[in-house]
Design a binder for this molecule. Structure first.
Ligand SMILES: [Zn+2]
Length: 443
């Protein structure tokens, strides 16, 4: 009996000590790495990086491993900041019409699966510009599921018959007896609002749901049902109402826009991030650059084949947008506009695999270093526009002491050969987010 008691008390004290050890922040030392720090054009060779908890504690050619630290010998691999995608729709994993009918728990399950896929492609942070993802974000942040950090606009706000209106033509708008906001919302991708009071209410509703910034559709769309690319959606009064509301929440508005008309209105209203922009004239790009407004462009979305669910009209508009891309990117370079790295992959989890092609398709206009900077420190700059609504205040997109430990170890050197990023399964050796290792195939 006494012997049994002794065994039990030993076991309990082991468990107690074990649980204390488990709560200690994890310390990881990465040795023998060549660093792309998110800003410099050159690798900083032969470095060690010490990660304590969720932060980068120290960077030096040689660091003595603290007691109990996990040591990862990078064996000369390239160490980069985790990538940031400035334009995603994590919740848009089906064809548009399927979203009306698929059970919501199925859709949310896909969100979680796609969140893990996104992280495994090296994206440790996404800026989600339309979709119900704040619950997904919470489950990821709480450690229940692997996935990236998420900045979310919640639903994108759009007008009746504008981009995002995928209702049948016979469905009456709400103010004429149509369905409620929630029924028409297509699983949180969009909320319809017409006129200043509704735009204000829709803006406030997104903040109630936990939005970190607002997203509005202010022009025609490639994937829209009823809106040709050339039109401007929303009046100046409606636009200014949303921008004013965002400013009172100390954050900003991003808008979907292709043409000069809608883009110039958006800049004048005080919008800070212009999504797409494919059909802009040089003068408008120049204006955006002068006003420090981000141009959130995508290449892969337009240069890859259209998703199979696209109608002939949508395919034709994709072609128009693709043709504008060359002029846009050249003007961005000429005026040194702040170009974000975004992908806007939608409609199926299969098509979302093309997210990584954004790296190589940008080579038509930018150097490898410029592209890698866009996907790291450049995008991080835009995330800071959320101000006090920023869910992860701290340094992202850089390898610096004190920055969040979002780190990739890559086989090969993407500064010389971006193509290594096309095979993340093989070439992303280590994926660390917030100091935790989610993948390690180096040993
Ligand atoms: Zn989009």
């Amino acid at each position: 009996m006494k012997f049994h008691n002794l065994i039990w008390s030993l076991l309990i004290s082991f468990l107690f000590v074990g649980s204390i050890l488990a709560q200690k922040p994890v310390t990881t030392l990465i040795t023998n790495a060549n660093i792309f720090d998110g800003k410099s054009e050159q690798l900083i060779t032969g470095q060690s990086v010490l990660v304590e908890g969720n932060l980068i504690k120290k960077i030096a050619p040689s660091i003595k491993a603290p007691k109990g630290a996990e040591v990862i010998d990078a064996k000369g691999a390239t160490l980069t900041p985790g990538f940031i995608d400035a334009h995603t729709h994590l919740a848009w994993n089906l064809g548009v019409s399927e979203h009306f009918y698929a059970p919501l728990d199925y859709q949310y399950a896909l969100n979680l699966a796609e969140a893990e896929n996104t992280l495994m492609r090296g994206f440790t942070t996404i800026r989600d510009v339309g979709g119900q993802v704040v619950g997904t974000k919470r489950a990821i942040d709480e450690g229940y599921f692997p996935g990236p950090r998420i900045y979310s606009s919640c639903a994108a706000i759009g007008m009746t018959t504008g981009h995002g209106d995928f209702r049948a033509p016979s469905v009456a708008p709400r103010m004429m007896g149509g369905p409620s906001e929630t029924e028409a919302e297509t699983a949180g991708l969009v909320m319809f609002a017409d006129g200043v009071p509704e735009v204000l209410t829709a803006s406030r509703m997104q903040f109630r749901k936990g939005a970190h910034f607002l997203k509005l559709f202010v022009g025609g769309a490639v994937s829209g049902m009823y809106d040709p690319l050339d039109i401007a959606e929303y009046s100046m009064e409606e636009l200014k109402a949303a921008v004013g509301e965002a400013e009172r929440w100390n954050t900003y508005v991003a808008v979907h826009t292709y043409t000069d008309g809608s883009t110039r209105m958006a800049i004048e209203a005080g919008v800070k991030s212009l999504e797409h922009c494919n059909l802009l004239e040089e003068e408008t790009v120049k204006l955006a650059a002068e006003k420090d407004v981000f141009i959130s462009a995508q290449a892969a979305l337009f240069m890859n084949p259209a998703p199979p669910s696209f109608t002939p009209a949508q395919v034709e508009r994709q072609q128009m947008a693709k043709e504008g891309l060359d002029k846009l990117m050249k003007a961005c370079k000429k005026y040194n506009a702040k170009v974000l790295f975004g992908t806007d992959m939608v409609a199926s989890m299969e098509s979302k695999k093309a997210q990584v092609t954004e790296f190589t398709l940008r080579k038509d206009w930018f150097t490898n270093a410029q592209i890698l900077k866009q996907a790291t420190s450049g995008n991080a700059e835009a995330l800071e526009l959320s101000g006090p609504r920023n869910p992860y205040p701290g340094k992202l997109g850089v390898i610096e002491e004190g920055a969040f430990a979002d780190i990739l170890l890559i086989k090969g050197n993407p500064l010389e050969k971006l193509e290594v990023l096309l095979e993340p399964e093989k070439n992303l050796l280590v994926i660390m987010k917030d100091g935790k290792v989610f993948k390690n195939i180096i040993k």
